[in-house]
Design a binder for this molecule. Structure first.
Ligand code: 5AD
Ligand code: SF4
Length: 450
């Protein structure tokens, strides 16, 4: 049996619950590496098996705080059974709520934000030594990345954060407040992290940032490099087969970036370029910095340089003041662009954002109706694009076993999910697959045997 000391019981296991975006997934894996290095903690799949539970939270939409508190209620029961358990709440809700979390849930030992999780080992040390609650939600000038161990990586796709935060201040969005100002990591740090992941066996690199194409980082020549320069450098790394990035902002698109899609064989033909709305009045109210007519030439340019590029966008319906006519403009934009994928959301006011000061005056019923209409249109576009794939032979990076026995799941170059029959040893490889069927939002295919 595990020997537990009366004052400093041993910590062996860690459970991390992650909500939200890929940046949070990345942060969670860095937290796991950090806790492994500092305390030798081993990740477990269930909270009941953990000595330390960390929640990496998201506050981008809806009542994220409520979800956090209800999950915390579950953890409280576990802590009642194991009083030495340490519970931490990190991520954007941690940043936003700060000490309010411990006022409402005093059994939470640590609260921290997306820019301060490198302090976790010290925080845990303090909790154990002084038996106090700790909060770390400052946004230090120093780079958290300097304090993190080398990422170990697992699977075949490696994620690398290239820039943090956002300076765009779209009126509906909490990110500039929770993740702080935009900060680009130096080129060499990024290249080294990518190379380590490739050396560890990963073949795809996905560059992450709230606004990756706004990247402006210090180059090895002491000059400022933009995002396209960085892409060309990453594309040269040994062992790289596939390169992706997300998320991009229309205002930061350049001709050079569109050309890169045509020129770089490893840069995968898929771009997520959120436009949010097709109405000029709403785009202006949202502080997006461009009109609908600015968006179309960007799409044309991308398709000129990379005719097969798959495109996706995020949309918000029911932003304060959105009229039927505004919404029709969004449908019109969607019809003109013809997206491969779309992510559609009902507007919800987020604490502290400028939009939350305007009345949330589009009724829930109208938001629902608009969301349904937009989903019908965008799903139909996805279905048509998927059907087009039938009969093609495409390269699929096999990512994991699928939910059905004997089946594997992977992604095409243009980010479509494909299911097929295969062997687990094929995971991590790029295999030729002939597409035989479309399920509407994903595909089915058969392995082409050499
Ligand atoms: N309400 C609804 N959707 C939102 N998003 C961000 N903030 C809000 C909000 N307050 C959506 C945007 C963004 C995506 C990540 O989440 O579409 O691109
Ligand atoms: Fe939020 Fe706008 Fe920044 Fe995207 S660009 S993270 S929507 S503020």
């Amino acid at each position: 049996m595990k020997q537990k000391h009366a004052t400093t019981p041993s910590l062996d296991t860690l459970f991390i619950k992650t909500y939200g975006c890929q940046m949070n997934e990345y942060d969670s894996s860095r937290m796991a590496d950090l806790m492994h290095k500092a305390y030798g903690l081993r990740l477990v799949a269930k909270p009941e098996d953990a000595d330390v539970i960390l929640m990496n939270t998201c506050s981008i939409r809806e009542k994220a705080e409520d979800k956090v508190y209800s999950e915390l209620g579950r953890y409280r029961k576990l802590k009642d059974k194991n009083p030495n358990m340490i519970i931490g709440v990190g991520g954007c809700v941690g940043q936003q709520e700060g000490e309010r979390i411990q006022q409402r849930a005093p059994y939470v030992d640590a609260v921290f934000g997306p820019q301060s999780y490198h302090q976790l080992p010290e925080m845990i040390h303090k909790i154990r030594r002084e038996r106090v609650n700790v909060t770390a939600i400052d946004m230090p000038e120093i780079e958290k990345f300097d304090h993190l161990p080398t990422p170990k990586g697992h699977g075949s796709v490696g994620f690398v954060t290239i820039a943090e935060g956002c300076d765009k201040f779209c009126t509906f969005c909490v990110v500039p407040y929770t993740r702080g100002p935009e900060l680009s990591r130096p080129v060499n740090d990024i290249l080294q992290e990518c190379q380590k992941l490739l050396d560890a066996g990963m073949i795809e690199i996905s560059l992450l940032g709230q606004n990756v194409n706004a990247y402006r980082g210090l180059g090895p020549d002491d000059e400022e490099w933009d995002f396209t320069m960085l892409l060309y450098a990453v594309a040269k790394l040994d062992g790289l087969k596939r390169l992706r990035f997300s998320t991009s902002h229309p205002m930061e698109m350049t001709d050079e970036l569109a050309i890169a899609f045509g020129e770089l064989p490893t840069l995968m033909p898929y771009l997520h370029l959120p436009v949010q709305s097709g109405s000029d009045a709403i785009l202006k109210a949202m502080h997006r910095g461009h009109t609908r007519d600015d968006y179309f030439p960007i799409i044309d340019d991308l398709r000129k340089h990379c005719p097969d590029i798959a495109l996706s966008s995020d949309f918000i319906v029911g932003y304060p003041g959105e009229t039927n006519e505004d919404f029709e403009q969004t449908l019109d934009l969607v019809r003109r662009v013809n997206y491969d994928f779309a992510y559609c959301f009902k507007y919800s006011p987020r604490p502290g954002t400028p939009a939350s000061k305007s009345e949330d005056n589009v009724s829930e019923a109208i938001k629902d109706k608009r969301l349904q209409r937009l989903l019908e249109l965008t799903r139909e576009q996805t279905r048509a694009a998927m059907k087009n794939q039938i009969g093609r032979t495409v390269d699929v990076l096999v990512e994991k076993e699928s939910k059905h026995a004997g089946e594997l799941q992977g992604r095409t170059a243009d980010y479509r999910i494909v299911h097929f029959q295969g062997q687990p040893r094929q995971i991590g490889q790029i295999m030729p697959i002939r597409i035989t069927e479309s399920y509407g939002q994903s595909l089915r295919g058969e392995l082409i045997l050499a």
